[in-house]
Ligand binder design. Structure first.
Ligand code: GLY
Length: 391
């Protein structure tokens, strides 16, 4: 009996040591790569989106939906190292986002402002970042329709109210609203986030527990008028990153509300991932679970990173699946930290993980390093590092 206990203990700490080794190796690489990316990106108000196969960096202005991720990566580096050089760089790369504080033409403000400014406020206590979160949340609320009960994702050309399109990604923007409610004591942000989550729960998921990318509503009645494939293979397919946004979004909504329906939704999304017959052995999914050319289709490392991060949170809420979710997340991160995905120091302009897909149907950012893959990889690694229970 004692021998068995000792063996189990050794196995448990071996798992823990292996996890910490993945974290150390990946953060060391992230420090090298981030310094390189910062040195190559000389324009102070541009943000790196992805690596172009011609060896250049695809950039966006602050208004691109990816703008918050590079600043947020640097805040995560500061959180990990507590080195003032990352603090200085994080402040510098976050500063141009001030321009977005009253920007209402996108629903992606949770990614653009929520990710970097929430980290910045938590790590510095600087009220400037708190105010940015509140202002961006006010801007996001302007996109909510009480009739439809959802935040509008994309505007139509010419200002046409229909179709009123909502994408599963929009679940991620709710986190900033929950934060704003806590920071201000104003329940409005919380209540709108809950209405959005409730209607997404009702309309975005299929009986097999996958989700649509885009659901279209009638702006005048709130009735569902159809679904679209968007960045997925088709309206009926399961776009991989969309499945990850849903998993992460409903896990976060459960944390913020304690509503068991959200937990149930997150668990179903987790099980969809884990049990999927076309999930490759290294747990990095193809860009769409229903992509017609599997196994000769690109993977989406960003979907894997988002999933790992979400599972490391969900594991804490589901005791009977904790071990499975934790181990699945650790295995994903081990894959992403392997030579297949982790970019060698000094290469690909300083991006960190390779093999993500932006939009295959649009032929954009296919099988390249993309900045949000790096962000969720680093976030997941920190969650792994801080996961106290040894598994
Ligand atoms: N929000 C867009 C994407 O996930 O690509």
């Amino acid at each position: 009996m004692l021998r068995l206990a000792l063996t189990l203990c050794l196995l448990a700490s071996a798992g823990h040591c292996a996890a910490q080794a993945i974290v150390r190796k990946s953060f060391a690489r992230a420090e090298r790569q981030t310094a390189l990316l910062d040195s190559l990106l000389t324009a102070p108000d541009l943000f790196p989106a992805s690596w172009n196969p011609d060896g250049t960096i695809k950039t966006n202005t602050a208004r691109g939906w990816i703008s918050g991720f590079f600043p947020a990566d640097i805040w995560l580096l500061y959180e990990y190292t507590r080195d003032a050089k990352w603090l200085d760089m994080a402040r510098r790369r976050t500063a141009p986002l001030d321009a977005l504080r009253r920007y209402t033409k996108t629903h992606d403000l949770g990614f653009m402002m929520g990710c970097p400014c929430h980290l910045a406020y938590r790590l510095t206590g600087d009220d400037h970042y708190k105010q940015l979160l509140i202002d961006a949340s006010d801007a996001l609320l302007t996109r909510f329709s009480p009739t439809v009960g959802l935040i509008r994702s994309w505007d139509n050309k010419g200002g046409d109210p229909n179709p009123y399109r909502v994408i599963i990604d929009n679940m991620m923007n709710l986190e900033m609203l929950f934060t704003a409610s806590r920071l201000t004591g104003d329940k409005r942000y919380h209540d709108i986030a809950v209405r959005h989550a409730d209607n997404t729960l009702k309309n975005h998921f299929r009986p097999d527990n996958s989700s649509f990318h885009i659901v279209c509503y009638d702006a005048g009645t709130g009735r569902v008028t159809g679904q679209k494939g968007g960045q997925g293979h088709s309206a009926a397919s399961a776009w991989s990153r969309g499945q990850s946004w849903g998993l992460y979004g409903f896990t976060m909504c459960y944390r913020e509300t304690g509503d068991k329906r959200y937990l149930d939704r997150a668990v179903k999304s987790a099980e969809y991932f884990i049990r999927h017959p076309r999930l490759p052995a290294d747990l990095v999914p193809y860009w769409d679970y229903d992509a017609p050319g599997i196994p000769d289709e690109p993977r989406d490392a960003s979907a894997a990173a988002i999933t790992a991060s979400a599972l490391l949170e969900l594991a804490r809420y589901v005791p009977e699946r904790e071990k499975t979710y934790y181990k699945t997340a650790r295995k994903i991160l081990r894959s992403l930290a392997s030579d297949r995905y982790l970019i060698p120091a000094g290469e690909k302009c300083g991006f960190l993980i390779d093999h993500s897909v932006g939009s295959k149907p649009a032929g954009s950012q296919v099988d390249v390093p993309i900045i949000y893959g790096d962000y969720y990889f680093l976030e997941a690694l920190l969650r792994l590092k801080n996961y106290k229970t040894q598994k």
